[in-house]
Design a protein around this ligand. Structure first.
Ligand code: C2E
Ligand code: MG
Ligand code: MG
Ligand code: MG
Length: 277
């Protein structure tokens, strides 16, 4: 009977799976020429220092203006870009564009602005990656400490020895290294000893569950203390309410980003925000 049910389920899902596959192939086909056609753009989400409450940096987030579909989420196309290898040229473009635009903003607003760039596992696996970063620093003129690379836990632990070597080279260039979506993986903390990491970005899910506020507070506070003892700064992601801001300040968290402060902004809106102070 279970077998029969299984078969029914299979039949039931088959057309949907075929649809998903076709969708994916269609996206993949239009992703290939997207870079050359100038369909990508970067939005920037402000990052706020929780002590001064000033904007101190921003995260560059890629956006794809698909000619037929409108905006396609990176959550949808980045995985395809990774599987097809398209992430290499796309990632190079993101790094270059983010550094050039940030440097222009720094000149325009006569202040220091830090920019964070997401780097996927596939990019990090490329032997040429450190060279690309070095070249981008030179071409853009951005001070190295103003560039932060966001890496995920899974990318870091894929090949610990090789990654450790590479991160040391990157760190010697003076760029900052952050672990993104921290708390969603299951890798433990041991790897933090092997890598010159500067920043932990606490995943949104880690930060606060509404009905578990008290235990969450002790948990986050203990976590922040530990991170500080290891000389790591802590940035909270996905902060949506004033309550959470107070919670994070009380927990001694360093910085935050989220809809409460600002959504990821197109360049023009970011300029307005910087003009406002
Ligand atoms: P991420 O790096 O963890 O980026 C944070 C995501 O959370 C962004 O989604 C951002 O818009 C969203 N977010 C920010 N504040 C809030 C909030 O208060 N509430 C909620 N619910 N969400 C918030 P986005 O822009 O759709 O990007 C999704 C993911 O795609 C990113 O997660 C990152 O992993 C990847 N990604 C984006 N741009 C790039 C890129 O240039 N290169 C690579 N390799 N990956 C990228
Ligand atoms: Mg990120
Ligand atoms: Mg994140
Ligand atoms: Mg996240």
């Amino acid at each position: 009977r279970a077998k029969a049910a299984g078969r029914n389920r299979y039949r039931f899902f088959e057309p949907e799976m075929a649809f998903a596959t076709r969708e994916r192939m269609a996206l993949e086909t239009s992703l290939r020429p997207a870079l050359a056609r100038g369909e990508f753009e970067l939005h920037y989400q402000p990052r706020i220092d929780l002590r001064s409450m000033q904007m101190v940096g921003m995260e560059a987030l890629i956006r794809w203006n698909h000619p037929g579909r409108g905006l396609v989420s990176p959550a949808q196309f980045i995985p395809i870009a990774e599987e097809t290898g398209l992430i290499a040229p796309i990632g190079r473009w993101v790094l270059h564009e983010a550094c050039m635009q940030t440097m222009r903003l720094m000149t325009e607003f006569k202040r220091e602005i830090r920019v964070s760039v997401n780097v996927s596992a596939r990019q990090l696996a490329h032997a040429t990656f450190v060279g690309e970063v070095r070249q981008t620093l030179q071409e853009s003129g951005i001070p190295p400490h103003c560039l932060e690379l966001e890496l995920t836990e899974s990318a870091l632990i894929a090949d610990i020895e090789r990654t450790a070597l590479m991160l040391r080279e990157l760190h010697e260039l003076g760029v900052k290294l952050a672990v993104d979506d921290f708390g969603t993986g299951y890798s433990g903390l041991a790897y933090l000893r092997s890598f010159p990491i500067d920043v932990l970005k606490l995943d949104r899910s880690f930060v606060l569950q509404d009905d578990e506020r008290i235990s969450a507070f002790d948990f986050v506070k203990a976590f922040v203390d530990m991170a500080h003892a290891l000389k790591l700064a802590v940035v909270a992601e996905g902060v949506e309410t004033d309550d959470v801001v107070e919670f994070l300040r009380a927990a001694d968290c360093d910085e935050a980003q989220g809809y409460h402060f600002a959504r990821p902004l197109p360049l023009a809106a970011l300029r307005e925000r910087l003009s406002a102070g």
